[in-house]
Ligand binder design. Structure first.
Ligand code: HEC
Length: 194
């Protein structure tokens, strides 16, 4: 029995290691259905003019040629952006920071701190500030949009985690069962004959 417990503990060791680097960031990101709904609405109001979400069937209001002429670059599709900019919830947190770290430098130029760190450039960004700094709901909207884009980048995350729990439970029970079966099967064979 002690061997069995040890065995099960050993199986779970790697899961402990995975779990430890997540909670820090995800605690700050509200992934409740309400937050994601709010994020979707805020996305439609503040981002859809320029960005599409092609895997969610959302086209940008502005066509690529007009955007290219206006900003010098076509605004990227944001479907997978949250996954592209970091693992776990890091990409979503980056999007939150991108929306909340616009600043004006000493020469009066509009720049972005998160973009500066990401591109290791001087902070110059072709995207005009989408949500004004004096919008009293800037932080909340940015966080909700980040949550929404986290979900569009990985829509099956919720189901995967839920099913994953059952799979792990199933494997633990199966392991215990097979261990017991193995012992019963070999019980008489292994016994030294005197
Ligand atoms: C007026 C047009 C416009 C609006 C509105 C807009 N964006 Fe952008 N966005 C751009 C352009 C242009 C770029 C390309 C920036 C660059 O590469 O310098 C961009 C780039 C981005 C990027 C990629 C940054 C990176 O790391 O490469 C993200 C993420 C993004 N936008 C999110 C948003 C979100 C979220 C909103 C809504 C809150 C939004 N944008 C609203 C024009 C827009």
């Amino acid at each position: 029995m002690r061997k069995l417990i040890l065995f099960i503990l050993l199986i779970f060791m790697p899961f402990g290691a995975f779990a430890s680097d997540q909670p820090e960031v995800s605690r700050r990101l509200d992934l409740s259905p309400e937050a994601i709904e709010r994020g979707k609405a805020a996305f439609m109001a503040h981002c859809m003019a320029c960005h599409g979400l092609k895997y969610a069937g959302i086209q940008p209001a502005m066509d690529a040629a007009t955007a290219q002429a206006s900003f010098g670059v076509v605004p990227p599709d944001l479907s997978l952006m949250a996954s592209a900019r970091g693992k776990g919830t890091e990409g979503a947190i980056y999007i939150y920071r991108l929306l909340t770290t616009y600043y004006v430098d000493e020469k009066g130029q509009v720049k972005n701190l998160a973009f500066k760190e990401e591109t290791q450039g001087d902070g110059t960004i072709a995207m005009p500030q989408p949500i004004a700094s004096d919008d009293p709901q800037l932080q909340e909207k940015a966080m909700d949009i980040a949550a929404y884009l986290h979900r569009t980048a990985d829509p099956y995350e919720v189901g995967r985690v839920r099913i994953g729990k059952y799979v792990i439970a199933y494997m633990v029970i199966l392991t215990a069962f097979l261990f017991a079966l193995n012992r019963i099967t070999w019980k008489n064979v292994k016994k030294p004959k005197e």
